[in-house]
Structures are given as C-alpha cells and as structure tokens.
Design a protein around this ligand. Structure first.
Ligand code: SAH
Length: 434
C-alpha cells in the first residue's frame, strides 16, 4: 500500500487505538474478570488496528518494522502483532530492511563454518531429537580425535577457518579428551576458530575448554518459556540449567550462540515473542533458528513441521534487533526447502555451516528425518556454494568470521517512544497457526 498519511492522522489513529484498547481492557476486566490475562485481552490489543482499519494493515506493519530497525526493539505486543499479521508484503519489506542492515555490518560477506558431528551418543532425552537416548533405532557412532583432525585438514584446505565440534552429550568425551582435541586443532590450525556445541556442562568444564583455546560455544535455549521447555524435555532437563550454562559461557568470555526451533510442538506465537525478548536481553553473539522437523523415532514423530516463512521472519527480526549478530542460515532451513538456505541469507542471515563430518557418519547424525548432508550442505560442495552465493550478490571470504562489537548500538532502547502504550499484565497464550 503506497498511501501516505499526515502526521496528524497517524497521531490521531494511535491515540484512538490507545483509548479503544484502554476501554476494552477495563470493560473486560469488569465484565468478565475470569478472563483476565486470557485470550481476550491481547486479541483486542493486537487485532484492534486491523479490525479498525484492515485496509491499512500494510501501513502499520511497515511502521513497526521501521521502528524495530530504528530502535532495535519492540514491545511484546508489537512483536505479536508482527507475527500475527505478516503477509507477503510485510515480509518482503522486513527482509529488505534486514538485508540492508546485514550489508551495513558484513558487506557482501557470508561466513563459513565447518560442522564436524563428533558423536551421536547422547545421555539426554529431548523429545524432538532423533539422537535422543531412548531412540534404540539410532545407529550410534563417535569419531576419534584423529578423524576429527582429518576433517579439519580437509576443511582448512577448502578455506574453512572455523571448525564447529557438535555432538550429543556423550560421556565418552571426557573433559580431558575434549581439551586435548581443542589443543591439537589449535596447534595445527592457529589461524582458525573453534566452536564447541556439546551441550550442558559445568562452568569448570567450560572454563577448561576455553583455556585450551575454544573460542565460541553454541547452546540453543530451545524455548524461553519454562512450561514449554518442560513439554519438550524430560524432567531432568530444565530451562533453568540451560540458562545458567548460557550465562556461565558468557561470563567466561566465549562468543556465545543460542537459538530455538520454530514450530516445535505446543509452541505458541507468544513463546516465539519470549524467545525474541530473551535474546534481546541476553545479547548473544550468534543465534541459530530453524524450523522443527519431525523424526519418526521420537515421541514427536507425528507432529507437523514448523513453518519456513515464520523461520525467515524470525531471522529478519533478529537481524534488526541485533544488527551485528552472527546468524546461520541453518541446515533445517535447507532441509525444509531446497532454496531454504538462500532464502535465509536473503532474510538477513550471514553464516553458512556446511558439513565436514566424514561421509560415512553423516546419515547417522539424524536429528530429524531427511536431514540434508550432501550437495551444497557438504564441504565438498563449497565451490557450488560459493557460486550460488555469488549469484545472490555475496562472497565467501577465507576468514574466521568473528563477532565484532558495535558500540553505537549500545542501549538504544529508549531512543524513540513506543508506538503503543505498554500493557502491564502478561498477555494470553495463543495457539500458533504454524
Ligand atoms: N547436544 C548439543 C547439540 C544438539 S543438536 C546441544 O545440546 O546443544 C543441535 C540442535 O539441533 C538442537 O539444539 C536443536 O535445536 C536442533 N534440533 C534437534 N532436533 C531437531 C528437530 N527434530 N528439528 C529441528 N531441529 C532440531
């Protein structure tokens, strides 16, 4: 919609919406006190603009996106409005802004990371994950330190300068083994960064890996809502401990990555808003977001997969929230759609993580059904990947691709006033339409 509005019309409408919202909140609190904090309140809040002026939805979407780009934040209800009302027009505008911001910070560069999947033994039992302890059908493997070094050698020749060692929580890999693996990779390839993604450990262990030379650590929080977390994990695994690990990692000095799945079972749009707000508060250096994809041998095997569009939306919002964030266009995105990885880049992602694991084990690290591991996904496909990035206007440098702080983006939270007055109480849970 190309219509323009006078500042007076905008101010008037926003004021009007404010009073309507206030009126309805009072009304509902009085007439139906049992509904407090329930669906009604936020439905009124997030729908009122579109109900009032459905034809002007594009205009309000654009204003919210501009506000997000200018201030790096939005109110909870504003984020919910975005997630409830996005359509092709809104997404295109958001992606274009996110791409611009990525270009400002990273130019035309897309960073590469070589993913080495160490082991699919896991003591955890995450209900969504194909390598969970209870999956008796998983064919287990673990790489030897020599095999890991071989992967690094191949990767280094191909131009990789970051090696990501990811794996299940395998008791076999004691701290001593991990420390010695990190040390030998560092001494063989001192120009390369090491990222670990080995799950929850004690602060002491994290410190030892860091002292040995590990630079970064990836640990997705999976969902920032403790109730939702409890539906995705067994009782022994808690969001509280996950968060403790994340804060420990940050305090040690790692570049820290977190993230979440989009469309995981029982997830609501409000959960996604909580994920975004947690990330805004935690200020990680990297965030991985991918759609949930079912694995047939897990309790969630029959659940629907997540939405690619919503995943792309999350990437773009994150890019505007934290402009210098390292955001991978994930394997799960590449799995859900053959051009998913490219679309991730076009939504503002700036990292790609091809698989460097030995081809013999790739099919065994099956987190979800149909996980891709050949073609562009594989390290052997790096030339193809470079070409495909080039056709999109990007190039892949031979570089560690470290996080770089940006000072002027400090606390800009209060640069501009909220578009809408804040709501004090929490809004209701909305079942997502994913
Ligand atoms: N043990 C490590 C690595 C876990 S696997 C750790 O705990 O960090 C890496 C990520 O894959 C997980 O954090 C999860 O977000 C994602 N994942 C697992 N199962 C998935 C599924 N079924 N669909 C989509 N992503 C999944």
């Amino acid at each position: 919609m190309n219509r323009t509005f006078s500042p007076f019309a905008i101010a008037f409408t926003e004021r009007l919406c404010y009073y309507i919202n206030k009126y309805y909140r009072t009304e509902f609190a009085r007439v139906r006190p049992e509904q407090e904090g329930e669906r009604i309140e936020h439905c009124i809040f997030v729908y009122y603009l579109s109900i009032l002026m459905p034809s002007h939805k594009d205009f309000f979407m654009k204003r919210l996106i501009d506000k997000l780009a200018a201030t790096q934040t939005l109110e909870k209800e504003e984020l919910l409005y975005l997630l409830l009302n996005y359509d092709d027009n809104g997404s295109e505008y958001l992606f274009a802004r996110a791409r611009d911001v990525a270009k400002q910070h990273f130019g035309d560069q897309i960073y590469l990371r070589g993913l080495i999947e160490l082991s699919n033994y896991c003591k955890c039992d995450c209900l969504y994950c194909g390598i969970r302890r209870s999956n008796k059908n998983a064919e287990r493997y673990r790489l030897t330190p020599e095999e890991v070094l071989d992967c690094c050698e191949i990767g280094h020749k191909l131009g990789f300068r970051t090696f990501v060692l990811q794996g299940g929580e395998d008791r076999h890999f004691s701290d001593d083994i991990i420390v010695s693996m990190v040390e030998s990779i560092k001494s063989a390839y001192p120009d390369s960064a090491i990222t670990l993604s080995l799950g929850e450990k004690s602060k002491d262990s994290y410190q030892r890996y860091f002292n040995a030379g590990a630079d970064r650590y990836l640990l997705r929080h999976e969902t920032a809502d403790p109730i939702h977390y409890a539906r995705l994990h067994p009782k022994s695994q808690t969001l509280q401990n996950r968060m403790k690990c994340l804060y420990d990692l940050k305090s040690i000095g790692y570049q820290v990555g977190t993230g979440f799945m989009v469309g995981s079972p029982y997830q609501t749009l409000e959960n996604l808003v909580s994920d975004l707000l947690f990330i805004r508060e935690f200020q990680p250096h990297m965030v991985g977001v991918g759609p949930f994809l079912p694995h047939h041998d897990t309790p969630f095997g029959h659940h629907a997969k997540g939405s690619m569009e919503l995943t792309l939306l999350m990437i773009a919002i994150l890019r505007l929230m934290i402009p210098n964030l390292l955001i991978p266009s994930t394997t799960a995105l590449g799995t859900i759609h053959c051009t998913g990885r490219e679309q991730g880049i076009l939504a503002g992602a700036n990292v790609i993580m091809p698989n460097l694991s030995p081809t013999t084990v790739r099919k065994k690290y099956l987190l979800y059904d149909n996980k891709i591991s050949t073609g562009q996904e594989a390290a052997e496909g790096v030339i193809d990947l470079r070409n495909r990035m080039q056709t999109l206007g990007y190039r892949i440098p031979v570089s560690r691709g470290d996080y770089r702080p940006v000072h002027q983006h400090g606390n800009t939270r209060h640069l501009s006033p909220s578009l809408y007055p804040p709501i004090e109480r929490s809004t209701s849970h909305v079942q997502s339409s994913i």
